[in-house]
Ligand binder design. Structure first.
Ligand SMILES: NC(=O)C1=CN([C@@H]2O[C@H](COP(=O)(O)OP(=O)(O)OC[C@H]3O[C@@H](n4cnc5c(N)ncnc54)[C@H](OP(=O)(O)O)[C@@H]3O)[C@@H](O)[C@H]2O)C=CC1
Ligand SMILES: O=C(O)C1=N[C@H](C(=O)O)C[C@H](O)C1
Length: 232
């Protein structure tokens, strides 16, 4: 598999390192993806910035190349563009490519179905002090899973007199040091609390997951896929 890597920051460099231990080749790496790229690859993997999205998707469509999107922090308009483009080429999109988080997301859905009526749900994410977007792509994915199960209102942080309302889902973003990524969802009931937490100890888990996704995506037709589609 010949891979084009978009992003030569922390994740791009981690992916390059991980690719070296496989039979795959990295054909090129970009920080800013140009409008007129001519190089060919079997698949693009993007760990960069939403600013690259339009050019990446246009390149994918023009050359009929599948795209794995790992960048986070997209606007609703950009998410619509991803959906539209996936009608033409295979696109894999996940706020998190680690196996643990994908399974956690499934469990959160089940817990929200069972407990959402009676327990209070809060999502807490912690990341390094270089992270640009908040809340994290993973926190948004976990929130979407809760929202699928019923009528909930997201509340992003609290300040001042802000008593909790029924069916709120609190979402809290913490930033500091070199935390790789931590996500916790708590289900707080009367006199009991259930929580599920994932901690990443290395960025390699995301790179390895994206490669599993890329290999799988190359065998799919046009469509918008999740890592759940890929793994289960
Ligand atoms: N889905 C997942 O599993 C994971 C997703 N991510 C996401 O991947 C993305 C990259 O993360 P990470 O490598 O840590 O970030 P870095 O800041 O280390 O790297 C960002 C890269 O994007 C490039 N870039 C291109 N255009 C812009 C722009 N307009 N503004 C800023 N950067 C730009 C940077 O180029 P330059 O250096 O020239 O500025 C750099 O190569 C983030 O969105 C992050 O949330 C991260 C880990 C896991
Ligand atoms: O920016 C990061 O570092 C990470 N971003 C992803 C997110 O926004 O959820 C995934 C992971 O937690 C690391």
């Amino acid at each position: 598999m010949e891979i084009g890597v978009v992003g030569n920051g922390q994740m791009g460099m981690t992916l390059e390192e991980v690719i070296k231990d496989t039979s795959y080749q990295m054909v090129k790496m970009w920080d800013v993806f140009p409008q007129d790229e001519t190089i060919t690859a079997d698949v693009l993997i993007d760990f960069s910035n939403p600013a690259n999205l339009t050019n990446i998707l246009a390149y994918g469509v023009k050359n009929n190349i599948p795209v794995v999107i790992a960048t986070t922090g997209y606007s609703n308009q950009e998410l619509e563009l991803i959906e539209k483009t996936a009608e033409k080429i295979p696109v894999l999109f996940s706020g998190n490519y680690s196996l643990g988080v994908i399974v956690m997301n499934q469990v959160v859905k089940q817990l929200a179905e069972s407990l959402g009526e009676t327990f209070d749900i809060e999502i807490i994410e912690k990341h390094h002090n270089k992270k640009l977007d908040a809340p994290s792509g993973t926190a948004k994915m976990l929130l979407d899973s809760v929202m699928e199960t019923g009528e909930f209102t997201p509340v992003y942080g609290r300040e001042g007199i802000a008593p909790r309302q029924a069916r709120e889902v609190g979402v809290h973003a913490l930033r500091g040091g070199t935390i790789v990524g931590e996500h916790e969802v708590i289900f707080a009931g009367t006199d009991e609390l259930l929580s599920i937490k994932h901690e990443a100890f290395s960025k390699k888990i995301f790179a390895k997951g994206a490669l599993v996704g890329a290999e799988w995506l190359m065998k799919q037709g046009p469509g918008l896929y999740s890592m759940e589609d890929c793994l289960f």
